[in-house]
Design a protein around this ligand. Structure first.
Ligand SMILES: Nc1ncnc2c1ncn2[C@@H]1O[C@H](COP(=O)(O)OP(=O)(O)O[C@H]2O[C@H](CO)[C@@H](O)[C@H](O)[C@H]2O)[C@@H](O)[C@H]1O
Length: 665
């Protein structure tokens, strides 16, 4: 059986021969390339590993099908591809169709009004059985695990640009989101690429990238007063094209942003490279035979990807490239904006006249000396200005960032873009985070049978060397040890909380002062407190399953994932009522006819006493009101936090983005 794959609403035909091909992007054709000094060459085209079953249809598309420049840009043609062709037809609409009598196929590039290729027609010429075979194949793609998958009405080519994507790289929630949302969007019928760096830090984590192979495609990026060559590695997995930008700057000990000495000094360089490379990837990497092309939607995650919309507006659109693309900035954390001295603007590979988009002036109180003019370049600000739409990861946070308290200096600008600003609450990966199948926890359980949960608690107490006491309330904290997470409030509360009959476990890494404090607290309260310093995913699952309560006193929280994981694992969240925490945790109300509603407790303001009061209410409920506690557990476990709901909302935003004209400056 010949196999066809359906990606992004187009029929994709696996190449039957591997062949070398030279692809030159539009930039090389003398337009934007000369202006900004970027050239791109694909040296070798590789076969998508998952498609290389030897049974692919052998179809060669030539310039008469696609038009000369498109042929080269899309990476078709090449000496090795073979097919027998009878003649060309004009379909009356000016499009040329290639008829393949032997296979009974008619192929034609379908274009929209502006001339962009939006897909290909594949029509059986004389044998209806082929049409049936094709629709069977399509159905199989949909029902791959026997489950009917929700499908989108309109498909898009979507390009995520991100500094991290789990399981390849992860330091926090950004990695989780960029590791799971793309898979859900792909399963709904979109064609999805994720572009992130190929980190190699000399640890076992390097193996995460073992499945990605060198595409041979290269981009020469002019920035930082030189030409930088980046490579592209690729792995096709779970319906997603994972593309990894390769450069020596990503090969060093530490995490994606820094090492034991702090943040890397060249992060502006490292993420400038990522952005330039991500803009080239859809033009030059023929994945499974097709590039993503110009009609792509870029999902620009946080400041690391923030130059992408600026590059689209300043470097590509003025030269007719990416005129049909759109960019959507997704803000996971406004506190980090990629701000550097104004003098570094010249490093970014942008035309001088675009300085205003990124230019930013620190308020007077934040300046360091009397002659400091406060002038800076702010990459996230550039993205806020130039992106076509803006998203945050919860509705509450979408409002907070327009206020003085939550706007980190960008509140006025964000308010001015309110008409294109929305909040979509993150979902969770319910395969990775499922207490009835989780490979990291010792006993499985579900809302129907909770018996495994107490066994997880006992196992955790043993693992941590705490007294094994199934009846003692066990409180957990998991997260980056950062000002954002309210660790200082926990610090203040611990001496008082340790007077109560409770156990407390903290897992986290980050600020070394907090790490040191966790070690000290463990030795001071050795029978009650454990501080696990480090980043450890299996332990994070075991804490989520084994604790009774998860504490999140975040100062601000754009969405927060741990409270969602906690609810799914029957662990009751006690959280500061801010951002996504307030949106997702409903405070327990026992006074309802059916015995109570709510999934946890929120407290406000963020202060030691308020936090302790909420914790103690939770502990009293745990001890004295067993049926209320069981109700809290069950309601939390039954909540729908899957990505499907969020994915549908993202699709709505894609539609709005494509209806409106793109930002042109
Ligand atoms: N030491 C450790 N060991 C193992 N795992 C650890 C860990 N420390 C943290 N994690 C994991 O990292 C993730 C953290 O996610 P969060 O959403 O809580 O926070 P983060 O602030 O990183 O993300 C930002 O982006 C996300 C995604 O949009 C928003 O939800 C959030 O509000 C915003 O601040 C969770 O999966 C957690 O288990």
């Amino acid at each position: 059986m010949e196999s066809l794959r359906v990606l992004g609403g187009i029929i994709q035909i696996p190449p039957c021969n591997s062949f070398s091909n030279s692809v030159t992007s539009k930039l090389d054709n003398g337009r934007a390339g000369r202006q900004v000094g970027v050239t791109t060459t694909t040296r070798r085209r590789r076969r998508r590993n998952n498609d290389s079953n030897g049974g692919g249809l052998c179809v060669k598309l030539t310039g008469s099908v696609l038009g000369g420049s498109d042929e080269s840009r899309l990476g078709f043609g090449g000496a090795g591809a073979s097919t027998s062709r009878d003649h060309n037809d004009d379909d009356g609409g000016g499009r040329t169709r290639r008829i393949d009598r032997e296979k009974g196929l008619i192929l034609g590039a379908e274009r929209d009004d502006s001339g962009s290729v939006v897909g290909f027609n594949l029509i059986p010429h004389s044998d209806d059985s082929l049409a049936n075979a094709i629709s069977d194949e399509i159905k199989q793609a949909e029902d791959i695990d026997g489950v009917e998958k929700p499908h989108t009405k309109t498909t898009y080519n979507i390009v995520f640009v991100t500094a991290e994507a789990a399981p390849y790289s992860k330091t926090g929630g950004l990695g989780d989101v960029c590791g799971s949302l793309p898979i859900v969007l792909a399963s709904r019928g979109h064609r999805v690429m994720v572009v992130s760096p190929r980190y190699q830090n000399g640890t076992a984590a390097d193996k995460n990238f073992d499945g990605a192979v060198d595409t041979g495609a290269r981009a020469n990026v002019l920035c930082f007063e030189g030409v930088q060559e980046v490579g592209f590695f690729h792995e096709y997995k779970e319906g997603v094209d994972w593309v990894f930008v390769d450069h020596p700057a990503y090969h060093r000990p530490g995490n994606p942003y820094g090492d034991v000495y702090g943040a890397f000094g060249d992060n502006q360089f490292r993420f400038t490279l990522l952005c330039h490379a991500a803009c080239e990837a859809p033009l030059v990497i023929p994945l499974g035979g097709f590039t993503y092309g110009e009609k792509s939607i870029f999902l620009v995650n946080d400041w690391h990807a923030g130059l992408v919309p600026v590059l689209l507006a300043a470097k590509y659109r003025p030269y007719g490239v990416y005129k049909d693309a759109r960019s959507i900035l997704v803000i996971h954390n406004l506190a980090h904006q990629g701000v550097e001295p104004a003098i570094t603007y010249k490093n970014l590979g942008l035309p001088a006249e675009w300085y205003g988009a990124l230019g930013w002036v620190f308020p007077e109180w934040a300046r360091t000396h009397a002659l400091d003019t406060g002038e800076a370049v702010n990459i996230l600000k550039g993205a806020v200005v130039t992106s076509d739409r803006i998203l945050t990861v919860s509705k509450g946070y979408a409002w907070e960032i327009t206020t003085v308290e939550g706007g980190y200096g960008l509140q006025d600008l964000l308010s001015s873009r309110k008409s294109v600003l929305n909040g979509i609450t993150n979902g969770i990966d319910d395969v990775d985070w499922n207490p009835s199948t989780d490979r990291h926890i010792p006993n499985h359980y579900s809302a129907e049978d909770l018996s495994g949960k107490v066994q997880c608690k006992v196992a955790l107490q043993k693992e941590l060397g705490l007294p094994v006491r199934p009846d003692c309330p066990l409180i957990g904290f998991i997260g980056r040890l950062d000002y954002q997470k309210g660790i200082d409030v926990i610090q203040q509360a611990i001496p008082e909380l340790m007077q109560d009959d409770v156990q407390f476990v903290m897992l986290g890494s980050g600020n070394s002062l907090y790490e040191e404090w966790m070690r000290e607290a463990e030795s001071s309260y050795n029978d009650k407190f454990r501080g696990w310093v480090g980043f450890n995913v299996p332990i994070s699952h075991r804490i989520t399953a084994g604790c009774d309560i998860l504490l999140m006193p975040s100062r601000f929280e754009p969405c927060g994932l741990n409270q969602l994981y906690a609810m799914r694992y029957g662990t009751i969240p006690v959280v500061h009522g801010t951002g996504g925490l307030r949106d997702t945790v409903e405070t327990f109300n026992p006074y309802t006819p059916d015995g109570g509603e709510g999934t946890g407790w929120t407290f406000s303001p963020l202060a030691k006493d308020e936090m302790l009061a909420a914790l103690r209410t939770a502990i009293r409920t745990y001890r004295e009101h067993k049926s209320s506690w069981d109700g809290l557990i069950k309601r939390g476990m039954q909540k729908d936090f899957t990505w499907e709901t969020a994915a549908e909302q993202y699709e709505q935003v894609f539609e709005w983005a494509t209806v409106d004209p793109p930002y042109v400056g």
